[in-house]
Design a protein around this ligand. Structure first.
Ligand SMILES: [Zn+2]
Length: 364
């Protein structure tokens, strides 16, 4: 199959205090906006979002997000959107509020603005939402028809959020090139069900090189709530480059192993990006990369405060049977691990986890 597809949001805006320019960037999208965010997020930025949109002529309503991106919450937000007569929905904050806005927009047919206040994953630029039950159990990854018309990320707000979230975004983005590259080599399809493009591959690679060049100074700056050029570079890598890279470039073993790790209760305190980091190191072992190379990648992860050992994601001395559970789940038929350019079995994954952990201990 030779069809290749690249998709992206309509616009991406990043910088210090750009939240105050939201109205200006969103002006052409409509004139009645519903702003959806967690209570603490609306406390933090709600007034600025409202003021900016109102200055641009929008009629604005703020709506508190109720905690889960569930079918019931999506329907509730659709109703609020309709009652308000909104033609733009702005998802503010973390992944779940933005995902709910994304899902609600698909049913209301207005425009979507994605306004992440953290740089913890590469989801904000994408067309993907993770749907949960009201109790917070995973239901499905849903790929929607459309992307956000606008993604806006204020680096001053990102820098003042907890550093652990920023580090997690680096972990998520560190996987992107390795996964896109594996999928490209094997001829696998992306989330769009088509081949990847050279463009997406180069974007994924740029995410990686940007992190390697700027990751450490960026983390040091964010620890002090400072915004520097390195912070700008890493926010772009975590959000835009990794977001375009994973969606249009393809996923492979690292995220499948992440999904497998979620099977074990003990990993639940580790963030998405922290578990993905273990997935990435395991992928490199699976692929038979040179020891020096894997050690170098692990050393970088450790240098920015990401976990490189199983103990650091909650698995102290895990039993082989527990790792076998992770490996089985990672190798489920629908998993992206089968995008690797060779056959992968659960035994291979279990042993890659063990071997990656040994390398990870060496760099601590
Ligand atoms: Zn991810």
């Amino acid at each position: 199959m030779t069809t290749r597809v690249f998709r992206s949001p309509g616009a991406y805006v990043q910088g210090r205090n750009v939240i105050d320019d939201l109205g200006e960037h969103a002006e052409s999208l409509g004139d009645t906006a519903l702003v959806l965010g967690d209570e603490f997020v609306l406390d933090l930025v709600g007034d600025r979002v409202r003021e900016s949109l109102e200055t641009a002529g929008f009629d604005v309503a703020l709506e508190e997000f109720r905690g889960e991106c569930s079918e019931r919450e999506i329907e509730r937000v659709v109703d609020v959107h309709t009652d308000h007569g909104a033609d733009v929905i702005v998802g503010v904050g973390g992944g779940k509020a933005i995902d709910t806005a994304r899902a609600a927009r698909e049913r209301t047919d207005g425009a979507l603005v994605s306004l992440p206040t953290i740089a913890s994953t590469d989801a904000p630029t994408s067309s993907v939402a993770v749907i949960y039950t009201e109790q917070g159990e995973f239901v499905e990854f849903h790929v929607y028809e459309r992307h956000p018309e606008l993604v806006l990320i204020d680096t001053a707000i990102v820098a003042s959020a907890p550093t652990r979230l920023f580090r997690g975004g680096i972990g998520d983005a560190l996987a992107t090139w390795f996964e896109a590259d594996a999928a490209y080599r094997s001829g696998a399809t992306t989330l769009f069900g088509t081949r990847s493009t050279r463009t997406a591959q180069e974007i994924a690679k740029l995410a990686y090189t940007t992190l390697r060049e700027h990751g450490r100074p960026a983390v040091e700056a964010v620890e002090r709530d400072a915004v520097t050029e390195s912070v700008e570079a890493v926010v772009e890598a975590n959000t835009l480059l990794s977001g375009l890279g994973f969606e249009s470039g393809g996923l492979a073993a690292a995220h499948a192993i992440h999904n497998g790790l979620t099977q074990l209760e003990d990993t639940h305190d580790a963030t998405h990006g922290e578990k993905v980091t273990i997935g990435t190191l395991s992928q490199l072992v699976l692929e038979g990369r040179e020891g020096d190379f894997i050690e170098d990648v692990a050393g970088f992860a450790a240098s920015v405060g990401l976990p490189t050992t199983l103990a650091e994601i909650g698995l102290d001395e895990p039993a082989r049977e527990d790792l076998a559970v992770v490996a089985e789940a990672a190798c489920a038929p629908e998993e992206t691990i089968h995008n690797e350019p060779f056959e992968v079995t659960p035994d291979d994954v279990r042993d890659a986890l063990i071997a990656a952990d040994a390398i990870g201990r060496r760099v601590r």
